[in-house]
Write a protein that binds this ligand. Structure first.
Ligand code: GDP
Ligand code: IMO
Ligand code: MG
Length: 423
């Protein structure tokens, strides 16, 4: 019996889906606990590419049950589309997919607001446009609609009226955008609710029971620690708790602790959307990494910004999410590109600092680099070259936790476990 969490240690897209899919082979439950379909988790099976947004990355594993916890914001329309896509590859039924009755629902109004703000406000976050922020706002403002509310049309209409009361002024007077009527929205959501009903249950009790039965739990984070609403690069963040704290509020953590928290980290850094990025590359090396790494967002298709590995941010991520080990992905992309740089510290307000902290103004730091020898591994055996070993030990020395997993390609088998996770 063990509980493990997979958490993005950067700005998302670190390869969480691939690692979750691997560990799911030994897990009984794979649990999403925050975010929504802003996530895009890619798994390559043979020649098939499967991108999961809402459905946990355990779904490709026939023996494990995938769970969407109550902390996830849930778009019923997007879910039905994804369900159909995933069903084309694997069996998905109410037996192996369980969704919390208590997830907050993303309505059309949330998507309208997200788009209007990104289009018209002076501060652009570069959101995925999936209505995530506005849905969390309503949840916190205590006018959210829960999945269980979709099952009773009268209740739904009342709750929708409450939810849109203030928004109508924004739509009509401020943003001047069109939106569906409450009756239309209620009809759509009620119908979707009925289709989703067989999957709904009390996931908290399910997780607790699994724990009592000594099952292995695997929590799958979405986004990354630097996008966390509290620990991230605010305001250029997402609206949920992406660090380990989100597990406690968004799913439940029987026993009061997670045994292992694995931070997934690319061998370099990427970011989609707006916001500061100290080690961002604007030269041909940045372009090379972007092209070789095929760095395009799995949800929106946007080009990902690319840069060198940033140890002050990684050290910070370890602290913010109590990471116990790291998985370094995409080492194959750095292989053969020449000498590598790694940011070991920043110059900030006249001082040298080697760890970021909450509220630091990352747009004002100057990254300080160390140059490391190029490695040229083909990754055909588990033996790695001296220079690749040096790259990994440079990371371990800085963060003071071990690198337990390395990944060197998008395919399932292109991963190497340096230690055992489940016994
Ligand atoms: P997630 O959001 O953290 O699950 O990551 P994404 O799926 O958005 O992005 C990671 C991308 O890198 C996907 O296209 C994966 O197939 C791919 N990938 C994962 N690990 C590796 C790796 O070690 N090497 C290479 N070349 N690609 C990888
Ligand atoms: P996965 O799980 C990378 C980013 C958006 C934007 C900011 C806020 O695949 O790692 P939102 O739509 O959440 O309000 O957008 O967060 N973002 C992600 N970036 N990977 C993700 O998920 C992301 N989910 C949101 O680009 O900058
Ligand atoms: Mg992604």
């Amino acid at each position: 019996m063990k509980s493990i969490a997979i958490i993005g240690a950067q700005w998302g897209d670190e390869g969480k889906g691939k690692v979750t899919d691997q560990l799911a082979g030994q897990a009984d439950l794979v649990i999403r606990y925050q975010g929504g379909n802003n996530a895009g988790h890619t798994i390559i099976v043979d020649t098939k590419k499967i991108v999961l947004h809402l459905i946990p990355s355990g779904i490709l594993n026939p023996k494990c049950v995938s769970v969407i916890g109550h902390g996830v914001v849930f778009d019923p329309t997007a879910f039905m589309k994804e369900l159909a896509e995933v069903k084309a590859h694997v069996n998905v039924s109410p037996e192996n997919l369980k969704i919390s009755l208590n997830c907050a629902v993303i309505t059309s109004y949330h998507k309208v607001i997200d788009a209007a703000r990104e289009g018209q406000s002076s501060v652009k976050i570069g959101t995925t446009g999936r209505g995530i922020g506005p849905a969390y706002e309503d949840k916190v403002a205590r006018r959210g609609i829960k999945l269980k509310d979709l099952l009773d049309k009268e209740v739904l209409i009342q709750k929708l009226k409450h939810q849109v009361q203030e928004k109508l002024h924004l739509f009509d007077s401020l943003y001047k955008v069109s939106y569906p009527s409450i009756e239309e929205e209620a009809t759509t959501l009620h119908k979707l609710g009925k289709e989703i009903e067989p999957y709904l249950c009390d996931t908290m009790s399910l997780i607790e029971k699994a724990h009592q039965q000594s099952k292995n739990l695997l929590y799958e984070g979405a986004q990354g620690i630097l996008l966390d609403i509290d620990y991230g690069t605010y305001p250029y963040v997402t609206s949920s708790s992406t660090a380990a704290g989100g597990i406690f509020t968004g799913a439940g953590c029987p026993g009061g602790k997670v045994d292992e928290i694995i931070g997934v980290c690319k061998a370099y850094t990427t970011r989609v959307g707006e916001g500061p990025f100290p080690t961002e590359l604007f030269d041909s090396t940045g372009e090379l990494i972007q092209k070789k790494g095929n760095e395009f967002g799995a949800t929106t298709g946007r080009k990902r910004r690319c840069g060198w590995l940033d140890l002050p941010l990684l050290k910070y991520a370890v602290k913010a999410s109590y990471l116990t080990s790291l998985c370094i992905t995409k080492l194959d992309i750095l292989s053969g590109i020449g000498d590598l740089k790694i940011c070991y510290a920043y110059e900030y307000e006249g001082k040298e600092i080697d760890c970021a902290y909450p509220g630091i103004d990352l747009s004002k730091v100057k990254p300080l680099y160390k140059t490391l020898k190029a490695f040229d591994d083909a990754f055909e055996t588990s033996n790695v070259s001296e220079y690749l070993n040096l790259y990994i030990s440079e990371i371990e020395k800085a963060v003071k936790i071990p690198v337990g997993i390395i990944a060197y390609g998008p395919e399932r088998k292109q991963i190497y476990f340096r230690r055992k996770y489940y016994n």
